[in-house]
Design a binder for this molecule. Structure first.
Ligand code: UT7
Length: 353
């Protein structure tokens, strides 16, 4: 999207205004990866008591992708990252920070970010994970852009990747129909540029929130320090997602709207100034309600839920990348992002490309 080539020898120096704290984090490139294996609603009809008609009508999902055995979150994240670097015209060695949003890292330690760093040939540079489930990408974007705003870092990779289908109970029709696997990435650069209309570009604002009293609405009980892995936790199916769909549905509509308004207010904007809404793809009915409450025209709501389902923290960066590569989102367009997931955590962001 924007060519910012540089070699290790010319590792980016802080632009003077960045040191004065005026830099913004601009998206220099986007990338995504979806595993090739497709599971359709018809396939699910053979696994649980459901129907293509019910899933399509109640969720908008027609098919989703599954990471095969042996394919990990960091594998997918690394491919998405290389695509984003390529679009940015940068090399992995140009990166000075890597943040990966995931709740399904390859293993409890080290971070998926450390594995992504190694797989793409980056570093040494700090690399760490952020866990905010389906809201993870907004949390990671916020952390990354703070590093850029303060002038501490200048070329940051943000990845959102999850393999939640490995944590689904394929006998539970209330959850197994919803999720898919994938990864998306953005490369952020510190930038003081303005667009053709003299407007600032990059991450203009973000808004984050968590309400821990809602933990029981969506969680994986086993595998952590509360219930370390054992034969009993496997027997008790504690490693699978448990969700109160109706409760999450209600909070999603309310908080995707409130996070959007908070981010818009912080940017000094209203929905009238937004070209595209790139919201977490959890359920088409949630997206329709959010559009109505924000007063956004349906054709401004980006969506790929029919093809990918809910890909958790990969949802926004995959949709962003597809929309950029399809030529829908163009340079200078203003994008409103919002997401909600387990925690319950939610967030919003306004980004000018
Ligand atoms: O990223 C954040 C993570 N999650 C979400 O955002 C999910 C938010 N929630 C949702 O998307 C929806 O609540 C679901 C899609 C999970 C469920 O849709 P719903 O309209 O809220 O259904 P429900 O749970 O109220 O269930 C209605 C009926 C029930 O049957 P009875 O009790 O009325 O006989 C369910 O057993 O639909 C039944 N049902 C199904 N039927 C066919 C639930 N799942 C299925 C299914 N196929 N897959």
């Amino acid at each position: 999207m924007h060519a910012h080539g540089s070699s290790p020898a010319s590792r980016p120096a802080a632009p003077p205004r960045a040191q004065a704290g005026l830099a913004r984090a601009r998206i220099l490139g986007t990338g995504a990866f979806l595993p090739p294996f497709v599971r359709t609603n018809r396939d699910l009809e053979r696994l649980v008591d459901t129907s293509d008609a019910w899933i399509t009508e109640r969720t908008g999902i027609r098919e989703r992708r599954l990471a095969p055995e042996g394919t990990t979150t960091s594998d997918m994240g690394a491919i998405a990252a290389l695509a984003a670097l390529d679009m940015a015209g940068l090399r992995a060695t140009d990166l000075d920070l890597i943040v990966v949003a995931t709740v399904t890292p390859d293993m409890p330690m080290p971070s998926a970010a450390a594995l992504v760093q190694h797989k793409i040939g980056a570093g040494p540079c700090p690399a760490f994970d952020i866990g905010a489930a389906c809201a993870g990408f907004i949390f990671a974007l916020t952390v990354a852009e703070q590093f850029i705003r303060t002038g501490k870092r200048h070329r940051v990779l943000v990845v959102g990747g999850d393999t939640l289908t490995k944590f689904l109970d394929w006998t539970d029709r209330k959850t197994c129909i919803l999720f898919g696997d994938g990864a998306g990435a953005v490369v952020l650069g510190s930038d003081v540029a303005v667009d053709a209309q003299d407007r600032p570009r990059g991450v203009l604002s973000t808004s984050l929130s968590t309400d821990g009293s809602l933990v029981p609405a969506l969680y994986i009980p086993g595998g952590g320090s509360a219930h370390p892995p054992s034969a009993a936790t496997v027997e008790g199916r504690l490693h699978f997602i448990r969700m109160n769909g109706q409760e999450i549905f209600k909070h999603a509509i309310k908080n995707l709207v409130s996070a959007s308004h908070a981010a818009l207010d912080d940017a000094g904007m209203t929905t009238a100034g937004i070209d595209w809404v790139c919201a977490h793809q959890a359920n088409k009915r949630i997206l329709d309600q959010v559009a109505i409450r924000l007063g956004t025209a349906p054709d401004r709501m980006l969506s790929n839920i029919d093809r990918v389902g809910n890909t958790s923290s990969a949802s926004i960066p995959i949709l962003l990348d597809e929309s950029v590569r399809a030529g829908k989102i163009k340079d200078g367009d203003t994008v409103l992002m919002s997401a909600l997931g387990a925690g319950v955590s939610w967030g919003g962001a306004v980004v000018r490309m």
